[in-house]
Design a protein around this ligand. Sequence first.
Ligand SMILES: NC(=O)c1ccc[n+]([C@@H]2O[C@H](COP(=O)([O-])OP(=O)(O)OC[C@H]3O[C@@H](n4cnc5c(N)ncnc54)[C@H](O)[C@@H]3O)[C@@H](O)[C@H]2O)c1
Length: 408
Amino acid sequence: MLNRPSVCVVGLGYIGLPTAAMLANSGHAVVGVDINADVVDTINGGRVHIVEPDLAALVGDVVRSGSLSASTEPVAADVFLICVPTPFAGDAGTPTPDISHVLAAARSIARVLVDGNLVIIESTCPVGTTELIRDELAAQGVQVDRVRLAYCPERVLPGRILHELVSNDRIVGGIDEASSAAAAAFYRTFVKGSVPTTSSRTAEMVKLVENSFRDVNIAFANEISVLSEHLAIDPWEVIRLANRHPRVDILQPGPGVGGHCIAVDPWFVVAKDPATARLVRTAREVNDAKTEWVIAQVRATAAAIGAGLPRPVRVACLGLAYKPDVDDLRESPALRVALSLAAAGIEVLACEPHLTEHPLLKLYLMEDAVSESDLVVALVRHSQFIGLSFGDRRVLDYCGLTASATPA
Ligand SMILES: NC(=O)c1ccc[n+]([C@@H]2O[C@H](COP(=O)([O-])OP(=O)(O)OC[C@H]3O[C@@H](n4cnc5c(N)ncnc54)[C@H](O)[C@@H]3O)[C@@H](O)[C@H]2O)c1
């Protein structure tokens, strides 16, 4: 365990904190850096600010043992990992990537970099970002030919992060061959998957292509679902039967696409070359339009039911998270549906078993939400909802919760 390089992890969120804790647990001396002082205090207290299986116990252990500490300022280390957010800016037209946090992180470590250091960007970035970071480091006075710089995208699945950090293959894209070799050697000390090397631009594109692939395939399922409904055909049955073809594997439709990766990263592709990235853009638009279609269908159904009632119609919204079995609401289409219905004056009985409260919606237990409602809208296929009885209530199923979506 001796002679492992010391590591400074910049950005202690869903990616940076599990990475820092895992490295500390495997024998590296790790300092985690975050501009949020509350996050730093929480971690130095041996606690966590994000929900991820087994993370709290691991952070407690490595902080107590002294192998992980947190700071608001970068410190000298052998290896620097940049794990800061890369959101997009602007809603209208083509949203553009915001790499300001990555640039700020690079400027902050420039002060402590010395010859022979290895800098790795793990944040999801538009193609060309690693080259921009090299230029930014040079502008800060760093002798960039004396440090190694690489891009290595993270592709872990929330809920399985500590496992996948080690088991997944990692793509390493160095700014030059020496950087690729140095970064690959670092990952090979803890990654059990393979670690192929390539250029930084290719590695940046690989990450964006992965999430665009998912978005395009989900868009196909979502488009089929709307087309089928317009033709009075059960979309779940169509997809289930089509998937009996040996070379067809259509994904399941949903109320849209959420989360901060698949709903965001394809725009990084589109922004680089809008004239060419037509399919990627269209997939984004199809998936966003699915949410609006769901809202319109629920509103119309609720209005029809409400016309026969002496009181406002009550709609149970099952699930607010962006995908099953997580508490994450970022870019969630389910949340957007529920908020939009509430804004339209519909009484929403929201149920999200992973949350105890929401600032804008009153949360109900799932049985209460169903029993007190006139209409049930299934938005997220949480495990807790499977097998839930709806009696004779009308159910609009946008996530495959009811029988026809289940393979025979
Ligand atoms: N969460 C995932 O499942 C996932 C998966 C693959 C890739 N990614 C990518 O990894 C990157 C990080 O994502 P995340 O989910 O961990 O984000 P996050 O928002 O959970 O955490 C980022 C942290 O960085 C801190 N930060 C911001 N600017 C900083 C700076 N200049 N210096 C130090 N700290 C700073 C923030 O305070 C925050 O605590 C993003 O590019 C994301 O797209 C995320």
